[in-house]
Design a protein around this ligand. Structure first.
Ligand SMILES: [Fe+2]
Length: 316
């Protein structure tokens, strides 16, 4: 019997234009995979546009070629931030796409072990990009999908958290990396719940209690992935703990909440308020900042002030 091939979808925009990749690309037609481009042939931006115009968002590679594809991207990523051929927006587009490729796998499976290096490189590249200018982060955020999904939420929280941390004086790339990683994985504990529960409107008391345990589950999944960094673990655990003690899962008060947790609650709240959800229309950025400042007893006030300044300069 013929061996069943394993094909993986790849985002068209993630391909490196003008490069003759060392693996063939396939297109899906019904249940079949048809050769689209033989290996060593160049894939151009025009090819990408043509596919897009025909409503094709993904090409496919064989599972056995995944390593080559990752190597290509890793090598390419090294050159993005310092490239003289790309402007700030074009760099943001590339970085956002690669964040999506690697964060998607991490956030939807909770498996960090399998693509640890790729996730690390993606966050490090994002940090280098953010450090170009104080407002570089807005170029990245402008690319996030209009509607909320857990992958773009993870990426956005990560970007907001790193930008706020940098403004608070975290200039050390190791700390920025830890904060970015905490932002990406803060909600992975939600993988424990059935999807229907997460989008349900009227939750019962029991269901709400269970959902409010998700930071504990996020911590458990992080530990299962051999993540032993206490700052990261505590940040994830505290991302819904409010300064006035009204948060969850433990109702900690400000002095007991970790620094990364105090950053994450702000990043998380702001992204949630400014995205459409099944049960709520999004707020504008100024309205979200206003609402957070009206409820400022939930947050570390110095952190909230800096976040407000960071965002208001951009949106005013
Ligand atoms: Fe959460």
């Amino acid at each position: 019997m013929e061996k069943k091939e394993n094909y993986l979808p790849i985002l068209i925009e993630s391909l490196i234009f003008g490069k003759n990749s060392d693996y063939p690309l396939y297109i899906k037609s019904g249940d079949n995979y048809i050769l689209y481009r033989a290996k060593a042939l160049i894939f151009s931006q025009n090819d990408a546009l043509r596919l897009k115009n025909n409503g094709v968002g993904h090409l496919y590679i064989k599972g056995e070629d995944k390593e080559k594809y990752d190597d290509d991207i890793m090598e390419h990523m090294e050159s993005i931030v310092n490239s003289t051929d790309l402007n700030l927006e074009e760099k943001a587009v590339k970085i956002y796409i690669y964040s999506k490729v690697y964060a998607e796998y991490l956030i939807t499976t909770g498996n960090l072990k399998d693509n640890q290096e790729n996730v690390k490189k993606t966050i490090e590249t994002t940090i280098d990009y953010l450090l170009i200018s104080e407002f570089a982060f807005m170029n990245l955020l402008n690319l996030s999908d209009y509607d909320y999904n857990e992958v773009s939420h993870g990426i956005n929280v990560s970007i907001y958290a790193m930008s706020l941390a940098n403004r608070l004086g975290f200039t050390n790339k190791i700390s920025l990396f830890e904060i970015g990683l905490s932002g990406l994985i803060h909600d992975i504990g939600k993988l424990k719940f059935p999807r229907a529960l997460l989008s349900k409107r009227d939750l019962g008391v029991e269901e709400l209690n269970e959902i409010q345990k998700h930071p504990i589950y996020s911590k458990e999944i992080a530990l299962q992935n051999d993540m032993r960094n206490n700052d990261v673990i505590n940040g994830i655990l505290d991302h819904h703990e409010a300064s006035n003690g009204s948060g969850y899962p433990f109702g900690k008060i400000e002095e007991d909440i970790s620094t990364y947790g105090k950053i994450l609650i702000i990043a998380n709240k702001f992204d949630s308020l400014t995205r459409n959800r099944p049960y709520r229309i999004k707020l504008s950025m100024p309205d979200a900042l206003n609402q957070m400042n009206l409820n400022n007893d939930l947050y570390n006030n110095a952190f909230l002030r800096e976040f407000t300044l960071l965002m208001s300069k951009k949106i005013s």
